[in-house]
Design a protein around this ligand. Structure first.
Ligand SMILES: N[C@@H](CCC(=O)N[C@@H](CS)C(=O)NCC(=O)O)C(=O)O
Length: 200
């Protein structure tokens, strides 16, 4: 199988990190693209033109990072999606917060890059920042839940925090969030996070 990604995409990073955590990295080819250039044929793999996408051997391509991660979980040697029960819902809650941070951060960046007219909408940007702050506060308040066996919630959380460092370094999410700061410092030592850093 082959994972199509871009170096800078935090969603693709989540999939790349999940491939490592599930023990599949050595059996996956990778190809870096720039989705914004709409490479020829790419929309045949992913009609919405985003990364990541997974070309697999047992069916048509999969796209959307969480679906790619679930596919890896189903085929890997190490599970990162707990079975239904409290640990799963904890991981899913962390995943929702992390994806919320990513979605709001990416929307904010797009507003700054692609707006037409004189200025980006400050109202829209403030709304995205509010979502980021509140989701970060949730992760900080529940940082104790980030300990324990590796789950998709932790992987996604690390990718979201890493994206804030990568694109929003002047607004340090660590301020007032000591528990999340300590957790991220430790979790970032994992090869799945260290080896997928966008600036690595
Ligand atoms: N919800 C999607 C989001 C993927 C996404 O937005 N990827 C961005 C890169 S960070 C992209 O490919 N953008 C190109 C575009 O929007 O056309 C996922 O989880 O895979």
């Amino acid at each position: 199988m082959k994972l199509i990604y871009s170096e800078a995409s935090p969603y693709a990073r989540k999939a790349r990190a999940a491939a490592i955590e599930t023990g599949l990295a050595d059996s996956i080819e990778t190809e870096a693209i720039n989705p914004w250039e709409d490479p020829a044929g790419y929309r045949d793999l992913n009609p919405v033109g985003k990364v990541p996408a997974l070309i697999r051997d047992d069916g048509p391509p999969l796209y959307q990072s969480n679906i790619v991660c679930e596919y890896f979980d189903a085929h890997g040697t190490t599970k990162i999606y707990p079975d239904p029960g409290p640990p799963r819902w904890t991981a899913m809650r962390q995943l929702a917060a992390a994806d919320g941070i990513l979605d709001a951060s990416v929307h904010e960046r797009m507003e700054m890059m692609f707006h037409e007219g004189d200025a980006a909408s400050q109202t829209f940007i403030d709304r995205q920042e509010l979502s980021v702050d509140q989701a970060l506060d949730q992760l900080e308040a529940e940082a104790g839940d980030l300990d324990g066996p590796v789950t998709i919630g932790q992987v996604a959380g690390a990718c979201a925090l890493g994206y804030r460092d990568f694109r929003f370094a002047d607004n340090d999410w660590r301020d007032g969030r000591p528990n999340l700061t300590a957790w991220f410092a430790e979790f970032s030592k994992r090869p799945s996070i260290e080896n997928t850093r966008p600036d690595a």
